[in-house]
Design a protein around this ligand. Sequence first.
Ligand code: SF4
Ligand code: SF4
Ligand code: SF4
Length: 314
Amino acid sequence: MSDIENKIREEAKKALESSDLSVVIGWGAGSVPFKTTPVFIDKAEDVDKLVWNPACVNNLAIYLPKLAADKKVGIVAKPCDIRSIIALIQEKQIKRENVYIIGLGCAGVVDAFNLDSQDFHLQDVTGLDWTNEGLKVSTTSCDYTLSCSDCLRDMCLVCTKREPAMFDVKLGEAAKPSEIRESLIPELAEERKAYWNEQFSKCIRCYACRQVCPACYCKVCFADRVEPKWTAKKATAEEAWMFHATRMMHLVGRCIGCGECERVCPVGIPIAELAREMAEAVKKTYDYEAGDPNQESPVLGQYNENDFDPAHHG
Ligand code: SF4
Ligand code: SF4
Ligand code: SF4
């Protein structure tokens, strides 16, 4: 057990015993050693179920709007999860006083698909850990060290915010990204259109990307409305454009770049890349970043006389 994992358990235990927390949300061991699963700990004697390792991928903030609606909830959270929590507070979906944050410094988490393309068999993996050189993968026969670019999620390879921006207790240190990956998306408009046409033609409209996104909490999504009907449910590239483009519009200034949407996509569409580009445009235009604790409200909830006005700027 790592030192940080031990401390997470101690902090969770302390919080459950001494405060009015109803539950602590964290990660627990998965069915295989390279995966974890969300766990909900409501008794101090169960804190040993909490784990912390490079397979702790889920953004657990998604559970807060329901669980912390009227009671206090503890959550073990990576920096990107914490930016989701901040955004949910700013959007008045949860109250700060209803959340106890055990915040973690982060070195990035793995993409299981990347692990699958290495020199070992996934079924032989017995454990994962961070090292100064990258990621240590223990298997039944020997240990391997992988570089970050070979095994981390794409969003982690472009993430520069690896320290918790809000917390009640902070554990662990951030690791600087070893290399920042360039955007995968072509720059020229026609090439970009062709790129996304090809990607969206694979979309089966399962909505996993929407279901896992902490910012997609509408009770009825536009995609499920029949009156007015914004988009048909047909899995065609045209309808997928309508779904994804509209969803991105709804995420302007709200996506915090956790990468959950592309992690769960069963056909490998890099949808978070689209959200990241949108976030970059918002930063450039309004000097605003989602999940910034110094902002009181989302960018589209603010008005400033000097705001960029597309109608007057061509
Ligand atoms: S996106 Fe950043 S904060 Fe989130 S897991 Fe990856 S490196 Fe950590
Ligand atoms: S759109 Fe994707 S990257 Fe952005 S907050 Fe939602 S799940 Fe995370
Ligand atoms: S998860 Fe992938 S396949 Fe499913 S709706 Fe989203 S982009 Fe399409």
